[in-house]
Design a protein around this ligand. Structure first.
Ligand SMILES: *Cc1c(COP(=O)(O)O)cnc(C)c1O
Length: 370
């Protein structure tokens, strides 16, 4: 049996809406992107949204709109997908990493203020694996030091911490719609914000620096083509119609895994902070001793089970080490997480049979070098 690591759920109106867009002849800058942005705003509770062609573009627009530049420092986490730090490098600003909390794997908030100095301009937090970070505490710290607060909620659409939706308490936050995320537009991302000035700036920059009301060939600032096409937005609208169902189905898959894997000695199931009031699961990541991790990855692969080590810490990526002088050993909690985590098959429509197979295969693994 083969069980993939991830699979999109396209069982709603996806085909109908994409066909409608094709028939309408309006393939970009049309009604679908507006509709999609409205649906995201109403889910998160923010005033503005700016849909773009990837989560990475969304992050880049935020960094640009905030005017972050060479010499500015942004406090962030090394335990993330690389884009959350690359977006800072795009503008020649400096990511300043802090280690993570071993329980949630999110940035260790106790470390933030130790890194604040006159160069610090922003905090960029990441909701790792869908678990929202404590944005209330981060908000207090950001306000106290007059810093921008950015939330990379790429993995956490619909999650909530203490009743606050992921993305709602940041100056600007992003979601990603890559096919392995909770909902997908094939490729795509979005910025949400309550700041009208940032929103206007980003909406202009995603479309060549045009003014919203201006002429087609009038450009008032440096811009990009980061637009999301109507076809992609149509997928997004169809996915958003079922967001509650998708989140709850994924919650139930995680619950089944939790119940069935917790008795297996050699692994640990994910830990969720009690103040997380809605957990929108992105991936399901187990942890094992680093001495058996690679053997287990190979064993699962040999048995047709999709799996990946999530994440390789950003500061240990080769070009971060060679170009910026990072070394192993400086963020021990992050490195331990990087050496012990394994994402196993997790998607909205995974079947009971597939779950059975994953659980049974895992339970038959005999960790030899233990
Ligand atoms: C997926 C992801 C992104 C980037 O999204 P893309 O749409 O692939 O560009 C950024 N940050 C995190 C934490 C992610 O998981």
């Amino acid at each position: 049996m083969n069980v993939p690591l991830a699979m999109p759920d396209l069982s709603g109106n996806e085909f109908i809406y994409v066909k409608q867009v094709l028939e309408s002849g309006v393939l970009s800058i049309g009604p679908m992107i507006k509709k999609f942005e409205e649906m995201i705003c109403s889910l998160v509770g923010t005033r503005y949204a700016c849909a773009v062609n990837s989560g990475t573009s969304a992050l880049h627009l935020i960094i640009r709109a905030m005017g972050l530049k060479s010499g500015d420092e942004v406090i962030t986490t090394p335990f993330s997908f690389i884009a959350s730090s690359n977006c800072i490098l795009f503008e020649d600003a400096t990511p300043v990493f802090i280690d993570i909390d071993p329980f949630t794997l999110n940035m260790n908030i106790d470390e933030v203020e130790k890194k604040v100095n006159h160069k610090t301009k922003a905090i960029l937090a990441v909701d790792v694996f869908g678990q929202p970070v404590d944005m209330i505490r981060l908000r207090e710290i950001a306000s106290k030091h007059h810093l921008f607060l950015i939330e990379d909620a790429a993995e956490a659409i619909g999650s909530a911490y203490n009743g606050n939706k992921a993305g709602s308490l940041a100056d600007a936050a992003i979601f990603s719609f890559y096919p392995n995320k909770q909902i997908t537009t094939a490729e795509g991302g979005i910025v949400v914000t309550n700041n009208g000035e940032l929103a206007e700036n980003m909406l202009s920059m995603r479309s060549q620096g045009r003014a919203e009301t201006g002429q087609w060939l009038t450009h008032e600032r440096l811009g990009y083509n980061y637009r999301l096409s109507e076809l992609h937005a149509a997928l997004g609208v169809a996915q958003m119609e079922r967001i509650d169902e998708i989140i709850s189905k994924r919650f139930n898959v995680a619950k089944q895994y939790n119940e069935r894997l917790k008795s297996i000695q050699f692994l640990e199931i994910p830990k969720i902070h009690p103040l997380v009031t809605t957990m929108s699961w992105f991936v399901y990541v187990i942890r094992v001793e680093s001495s058996i991790r690679d053997t287990l990855l190979q064993y699962l692969t040999d048995n047709g089970i999709g799996c990946k080590p999530y994440f390789t810490p950003i500061h240990t990526q080769s070009f971060y080490m060679s170009e910026y002088g990072y070394k192993r050993g400086i963020y021990p909690v992050t490195e331990t997480a990087g050496d012990t985590c394994i994402a196993i098959p997790f998607f909205t429509n995974i079947s009971d049979c597939e779950i059975d197979y994953v659980v049974e295969t895992l339970s038959k693994f005999a960790p030899m070098n233990k």
